[in-house]
Design a protein. Structure first.
Lengths: 456, 269
């Protein structure tokens, strides 16, 4: 049975981009998914060539002269399989000699797959989950502040109040114990700096990023409307996120989905923390090297309570995670070698939001920390494998990509891999654990909190 | 039919097909949305482009066009060899196309219609003017070097990231035939017109090819006309094929590269 391609889901510019591709193959050399699986329809050139051929069949010269030919369902299914193995890392867009803006193009293709009913079943299930429960795990959304349970002051006072700044925690940090220490660290760092902030608590809904990258962007409008209304109701002038995917969604997708400016600033934690350090509102002492260095017994960052739940479904534990890092960390003693760290640029923070230097400045501001760059960094940083919903569509590919990135990190000799994204932390830490590597994976907020001079 | 008349008829047909093909391509683009409006038509599309241009400013647009649309700085940063091959083809093609347009304009309009006899115009329409002969010969050679490098990379070296399909081969073959067929035409012209060595050697490749022919008493004019017709037909076919081939990227890529580069400047991530 054949089906038809509608071009209304693409922009005119994207249809031009299909014609602009020179088939030079530069993108192939940089595509992490293709390097790993060799799937011809996963790499940028293959995707463009396939859609271009379909367009030609229906709208090209031959179609005008001899009639249109549809696309066979098997072709669509094969294309969809390759398409959803792309992590949407956008590295191809950075190297394309003719500047094709690849990530939005892949998203338009995914939306088309949804239209043609060829979205992977796991992502269709995710859609139900997010729309029904307003989070990606299907847990009761009222449990969003579980991570705050063992903060010194508990979860009380974090939600349901008006504040200048709203911290949008994100689904991964809210529901995955392994990532709890990220919001814990940020919350305590903000408190230490005297910043008045609030969270949305149970009123925080998934930002919609997983739906948007699945090609289900239209479903995200309701989520956007709710979240924006909640932040406006809190009277905030700034929204801060620790999750780069949430950041991108708030900064770029929400204004587009809602057709209006948000009316408040959207910033990543590294930008906010950088300002606080620069303003002298955070006093930093040498990073608690001992605490950070000490590797877990089996490598990686083990979850404290049970195994890692799947990204959707399952019952994540409500408590647990890293204990809050209270108390004065011992200062770096004279003679102690610096803590060697390497920074992993999250795709959604770097390539899609353009934030490369803020996290590096922050790391360099911490006494006792020495930053070493990986071979591929900044615009050309390798994806950790956690993007593009690939973990759901092709988990083994995601794991293989994480292994690649870990290998680059190991080449630097760093003891700690620092990222600025909970998903990157999850993916890389899980890979380190599987590989049995004695390397720690931490979020930048965790590293910073360990170096903040605070009372208690 | 005179030789030039055949040339113009073939080129007119090719130009008509070229324009129709471009129209077909644009009609496909216009099925996409512009600024959130689905398939808004050519007017809205051009207006949106104009707004982008005004937002970016002429100077910035020109800079982006030269730097990213024509100079391809990303390609230069990635691979000097590929950049050189591409520059040979694009630069040679662009310059020769401009030179041909100028010559055609001088021949048919300035001289043909208005009877201009200015020495500069006469120099431009005369194939044996040293500057014109050298320019045509050298630009052709530059393109031949480019196509040799392309063939070497695509068919001999075959890097793992390259995918060669029928459209790639069709373009390479047509371009190579168009380029190479020009040299016998020039050699036959030099012999048929009895151009002396002192003038002829400015077309150094054509002249070198003509040397072994000079002692023979063949019907050179008829052979030249035949070779010219073949060359013109191939060149016209190539011209008409552009909108339906991979070579269309030569027209679209500079626009896309400029637009996207500007967008990154004006609306940083």
């Amino acid at each position: 049975m054949s089906t038809w391609l509608k071009l209304g889901g693409y922009t005119a510019r994207q249809l031009m981009e299909l014609d602009a591709c020179t088939r030079c193959g530069e993108c192939l050399a940089w595509c992490p998914a293709f390097a790993e699986n060799g799937e011809e329809l996963a790499h940028p050139l293959g995707k463009i060539a396939c859609v271009k051929e379909w367009v030609g069949r229906q709208y090209g010269l031959r179609a005008r002269l001899f009639g249109r030919r549809g696309i066979q369902e098997a072709e669509v299914a094969r294309f969809s399989q390759g398409l959803y193995q792309c992590t949407l890392c956008a590295r191809c867009g950075e190297v394309c000699p003719v500047h094709i803006d690849t990530r939005p193009l892949w998203l338009a293709m995914r939306e088309q797959m949804v239209e043609l009913g060829a979205c992977p079943p796991a992502l269709a299930a995710l859609r139900e989950q997010v729309l029904a429960h307003h989070n990606i795990v299907g847990d009761d959304n009222a449990n969003r502040l579980a991570w705050a349970g063992n903060l010194p002051q508990g979860a009380g006072g974090l939600a349901g109040k008006r504040a200048e700044m709203v911290y949008f925690v994100g689904c991964v940090a809210s529901f995955y114990p392994q990532a709890y220490s990220i919001p814990q660290s940020l919350a305590q760092t903000l408190q230490a700096a005297g910043v008045s902030f609030a969270t949305l608590g149970g009123e925080e809904w998934c930002c919609g990023f997983p739906l948007i990258v699945a090609g289900l962007g239209r479903e995200a409008t309701e989520l956007a409307r709710h979240n924006v209304a909640a932040v406006r109701a809190a009277g905030a002038t700034t929204l801060v996120t620790t999750c780069p995917s949430c950041l991108h969604t708030w900064r770029h997708d929400y204004p587009r989905l809602l057709g209006e400016p948000l009316g408040f600033a959207v910033r990543h934690a590294t930008e906010v923390l950088g300002d606080l350090v620069e303003a002298g509102r955070l006093r930093l002492h040498p990073c608690a090297v001992g605490a950070v260095r000490e590797p877990p017994l089996h490598g990686g960052e083990p979850p404290l309570h049970g195994g890692e739940p799947p990204l959707h479904g399952g019952e994540p534990p409500l408590r647990g995670g890293e204990p809050p890092l209270r108390g004065g960390e011992p200062p770096l003693h004279g003679g102690e070698p610096p803590l060697l760290v390497t920074y992993h640029d999250p795709c959604d923070l770097g390539r899609t939001c353009g934030i490369y230097e803020a996290p590096r400045r922050l790391l360099r501001a911490i006494p006792g920390v020495e930053l070493r760059e990986m071979k591929d960094n900044r615009e050309l940083a390798l994806c950790c494998g956690g993007g593009g919903d690939v973990e759901m569509a092709a988990p083994s590919l995601s794991a293989a990509l994480a292994r690649r990135r870990l290998a680059q990190a190991r080449e630097t000799g760093a003891e700690v891999i620092v990222s600025a994204c909970q998903q990157c932390k999850r993916t890389l830490a899980a890979a380190a654990r599987r590989e049995g590597l004695r390397v720690r994976v931490l979020d930048i907020t965790e590293v910073l909190w360990r170096s903040v001079t605070h009372d208690g | 039919m005179p030789r030039l008349a055949v040339f113009w008829v073939l080129h007119a047909v090719a130009a008509a097909v070229f324009v129709a093909g471009c129209g077909l391509r644009v009609s496909i683009w216009l099925q996409g949305s512009v600024e959130g409006q689905p398939a808004p038509g050519l007017g809205a599309w051009l207006r949106a482009g104009w707004r982008c241009l005004r937002r970016a400013g002429l100077r910035r647009t020109l800079r982006a066009f030269l730097r990213d649309g024509l100079f391809h700085r990303r390609l230069l940063a990635t691979s000097r060899g590929r950049w050189f091959a591409h520059a040979c083809l694009l630069g040679g093609f662009g310059a020769m196309f401009a030179l041909s347009l100028l010559t055609g304009f001088c021949t048919e309009v300035l001289v043909g219609l208005f009877g201009v006899r200015h020495p500069l115009v006469q120099a431009l329409i005369n194939k044996d003017t040293p500057a014109m002969a050298l320019a045509n010969e050298t630009l052709g050679l530059v393109m031949v070097v480019g196509i040799i490098l392309v063939v070497w990379r695509r068919y001999l070296r075959r890097p793992a990231e390259l995918r060669t399909a029928a459209p790639d081969t069709a373009l390479v073959v047509l371009l190579a035939i168009t380029l190479i067929s020009g040299y016998p035409v020039e050699a036959l012209r030099l012999v048929a017109e009895g151009v002396p060595a002192g003038i002829g050697w400015y077309s150094y490749l054509g002249y070198a090819l003509s040397l072994p022919l000079r002692g023979l008493s063949w019907p050179w004019q008829a052979l030249h006309d035949g070779a010219f017709l073949l060359h013109t037909t191939v060149a016209s076919a190539f011209f008409a094929y552009v909108p339906f081939s991979k070579f269309f990227h030569a027209l679209v890529s500079p626009l896309v590269a400029t637009a996207n580069s500007l967008r990154r400047e004006v609306e940083p991530a």
